[in-house]
Design a protein around this ligand. Sequence first.
Ligand SMILES: NC(=O)c1ccc[n+]([C@@H]2O[C@H](COP(=O)([O-])OP(=O)(O)OC[C@H]3O[C@@H](n4cnc5c(N)ncnc54)[C@H](OP(=O)(O)O)[C@@H]3O)[C@@H](O)[C@H]2O)c1
Length: 232
Amino acid sequence: MTVTSPIRTLGIIGAGRLGRVLAALAADAGYRVLIARSGDPAPIARAMSAIGAEAASVSDVVAGADAVVLALPLGRYRTLPAESMRGMLVIDAMNYWWGADGDRPDLDDPRTSTSELVQKHLAGARVVKGLGHMGYQDVEDEARPAGASGRKAIAIAGESADDLEVVSRLVDDLGFDPVIAGGLASGIMLEPGADAFGADVDAGELREMLDGFATSRRGIVVARARGGVLPA
Ligand SMILES: NC(=O)c1ccc[n+]([C@@H]2O[C@H](COP(=O)([O-])OP(=O)(O)OC[C@H]3O[C@@H](n4cnc5c(N)ncnc54)[C@H](OP(=O)(O)O)[C@@H]3O)[C@@H](O)[C@H]2O)c1
């Protein structure tokens, strides 16, 4: 129960499968957790309280948190209150998922990582991609204290070294070894279609997957779409 990041209150927008698992892990680690669904938080208040989190509206989560995790369907990202999120550290765990988001070629464009789209909408916020490449059940089952043998890794991508350091500490507190993939554009290496997507592996293996992106099937598609230049 040690919070090592400067985040004291963690906000989570999206109280579904992933959001609830992250909320429980963060609460166990000693964070105060505020969590929102799409509408009235009252119906989930009791369930959230049982895992140590407080249900709140999206606006109250944004107002009360030191950093916010996005765990809502990616196709809804434009509903996020960009103005009130200016300046915030935002951890984007969202992925394009046809079943949830429908046919959205804009969210599956190999020229742009989806976190860059989110960053464009949340102008003024500091977006880091993270906590979204591992399935929620693995996140729930595999969290282990630092130094435990067989500890799994979660990769993050972002522009600011300071923000990556803060999110690394959060990842560590939640029970995983952090691995830095690169800048926000390189978040595409964590998206569906990439080897790291769905990966439930340790830091060494995850690093190998990221290093092998250029020669992977998705990496070749991405490189072609970008005129041969891969994101760094
Ligand atoms: N499931 C996984 O294993 C997994 C793993 C990694 C990443 N992800 C990503 O995490 C995100 C959530 O996935 P999930 O499986 O947890 O989905 P989910 O179980 O369907 O839950 C979605 C949550 O988002 C909320 N929501 C929907 N629209 C919203 C809005 N406009 N504002 C605020 N909250 C909103 C929903 O609230 P209501 O109940 O009110 O509709 C619900 O609480 C997706 O982007 C997914 O790609 C999922």
